[in-house]
Write a protein that binds this ligand. Structure first.
Ligand code: F6P
Length: 553
């Protein structure tokens, strides 16, 4: 818990406002203020964020903005962009902004061993990537048999998979890819088996994406792909079918990938922020360089906005504060993201890592426990699919779940009727969450249909919607590279602002380590002749049963 009295006051003020009897009501706020929608909507060009369908009123907004100031968000933002080691447990900067900065920018980044000219390094590597992409697209770079590549297979996991997978899908679904992209993340061999059935090794370019190049899943899958290429085309073919995206050039060399096929980056890029780095090569190969560059430009535009806009109109800051209101003031511990856009179907999966790996923490920078909740559990699916699965719970479950709705005004297909149906559903869901349906309305509706009174009494309670369920709508003109870049950077900075306010380090991920360590101990026990180790009773019994089941014919 912070000891700063101004900050403590700011948190207390928020708690007081949240304790008001109507703190979760939203409809009365619209009734009281005809200008509410306008006053609680902020835009950056076409990118429009409407948080009027939350229970944040003027007082709460003032208190939240005060909290942002008292919580040192300005200072944090300055340290972030100055390349200071904001990732204090690893002594590193979080300078992913340098990866999308245009030529002429000077962004530095602290590493454990010194300071990097981050934007210059990023630009140099981007030029190499661009040349590589052009060579693949032009057919200058081909597979060992002389055939041009028709598929890029990205092997990576976590940030080395989720961002590239999400973005390449988002940017190619409308018009088709320049090069088909496939992704292999899970160490489960079924994934590779399915890809090996589908892909032609002679026409597949394999990218091994791993920041550390030590990740077990990626190493296992990369070896499988290597054996697959070598088995089909001969050992000598391997070199022309592989490239690597990593910070660990030594380990890449040991794997046997030639330096000219290695695209590097530095430790000031966190895994979940790496899609802007060479880890995004599959995006550029699939969607084209211009689209990838537009995504970088969009990310940079959001950086500039975040860096310079007053907090009252600063989209990442406001999105962060809306989340703080829900999580800390109102105690809502889940968050749903519904992109009404098939192209963004992997966006919630991507955000799960961005938000939960960044802010799923319970210890403050100074090592003391946090005073309240931090990152909510995030989930989502594309709309309208979500409406036919979990939206029942969002409308009528026992707790309010704040929702982010995302929607493009213009589709990139030629069926405007379908897009209008999609859009109508997005708006209707947000409206239904807000408006709800009273018992009186339900009964009147049933009566008008001639339903008998006994039946009305029996069923009506089940058809009531409480309403006053919060949502934020993010509306934009089109989902192109630029807008996708803006959206991703919007959420990145939102997460960073929340982390700063919670007083935690958003840029490390120690919570993934223990499971990795235990898995490496269990693996030899599972191998033939392996000796059972010391575990809790449940794990010992499960390991025994697993071995028995494997032996049964
Ligand atoms: O790119 P790497 O080093 O293979 O790591 C993959 C992922 O593993 C993690 O370190 C933790 O699971 C993520 O943060 C990262 O994105």
């Amino acid at each position: 818990m912070s000891t700063d009295p101004i900050l403590q006051d700011a948190w207390r003020r928020l708690a007081t406002l949240a304790a008001r009897p109507d703190a979760q009501r939203i409809r009365p706020l619209f009734a009281a203020d005809p200008e509410r929608a306008r006053r609680f909507t902020v835009a950056l060009d076409d990118l429009t964020v409407d948080f009027s369908k939350t229970s944040i009123d003027t007082e709460a907004l003032v208190a939240l903005l005060d909290l942002a100031r008292a919580g040192g968000v300005e200072g944090f933002r300055a340290r972030l962009f100055a390349g200071e080691p904001v990732n204090m447990t690893e002594g590193r900067a979080a300078m992913h902004m340098a990866l999308r900065a245009p030529a002429g920018t000077t962004l530095k980044a602290t590493l454990p061993g010194g300071v990097d000219d981050a934007s210059a390094l990023a630009l140099a590597e981007r030029k190499r990537m661009q040349a590589f992409v052009a060579q693949v697209h032009d057919g200058e770079l081909r597979g060992a048999t002389g055939q041009p590549f028709d598929t890029v297979l990205n092997i990576g996991i976590g940030g080395s998979d989720l961002g590239p997978r999400m973005a390449s899908e988002a940017l190619t679904l409308a018009h088709g890819p320049k090069l088909r992209a496939r992704f292999l993340s899970n160490v489960d061999g079924h994934g590779f088996a399915a890809l090996a059935r589908e892909l032609d090794p002679a026409r597949t370019l394999v990218l091994v994406a791993s920041k550390t190049f030590t990740t077990q899943e990626t190493a296992t899958n990369a070896q499988a792909a290597r054996a697959w290429i070598a088995g089909a085309l001969g050992e000598a073919a391997v070199g022309s079918h592989f490239a690597a995206l990593s910070t660990n050039l030594k380990a890449v060399g040991a794997f046997g990938i030639a330096p000219e096929r290695v695209f590097g980056f530095r430790d000031w890029v966190g895994g979940r922020y790496s899609l802007w780095s060479p880890v995004g090569l599959s995006i550029a190969l699939a969607a084209g360089w211009d689209v990838f560059q537009a995504m970088l430009d969009g990310g940079h535009a959001m950086d500039e906005h975040f860096r310079s806009a007053d907090f009252a109109v600063n989209l990442p800051v406001l999105l962060a504060l809306v989340g703080i209101w829900h999580v800390n003031a109102l105690g809502l511990r889940t968050h749903c993201v519904l992109a009404y856009d098939e192209r963004l179907r992997r966006f919630p999966a991507y955000l799960q890592q961005l938000e939960m790996e960044s802010n799923g923490k319970s210890v403050r920078l100074d090592g003391t426990p946090v005073a309240g909740p931090t990152c909510p559990v995030l989930f989502g699916e594309p709309g309208t699919d979500a409406q036919h699965s979990f939206m029942q719970l969002v409308h009528q479950g026992t707790q309010a779940i704040p929702v982010d709705f995302l929607l493009a005004a213009r589709p990139d297909h030629d069926r405007p009727d379908a897009h209008l149906i999609l859009a109508a559903n997005a708006f209707a869901q947000a409206e239904a969450l807000l408006r709800g349906k009273t018992r009186d309305e339900v009964e009147a509706e049933m009566r008008a249909k001639g339903v008998p009174e006994a039946e009305i009494a029996r069923v009506a309670p089940h058809r009531v919607f409480s309403g006053d369920r919060p949502s934020t709508t993010i509306l934009f003109r089109r989902l192109d590279g630029f807008t996708l870049g803006r959206l991703i950077a919007l959420y990145e900075h939102k997460v960073a602002v929340q982390g700063a306010l919670w007083g935690i380090n958003s840029f490390d991920q120690w919570g993934v380590e223990l499971g990795k360590l235990l898995a490496s101990g269990i693996l030899p026990e599972l191998k033939p002749g392996g000796q059972p180790g010391t575990h809790d009773g449940s794990t010992t019994a499960l390991l025994t049963r697993f071995r028995e089941l494997r032996q049964e014919s």
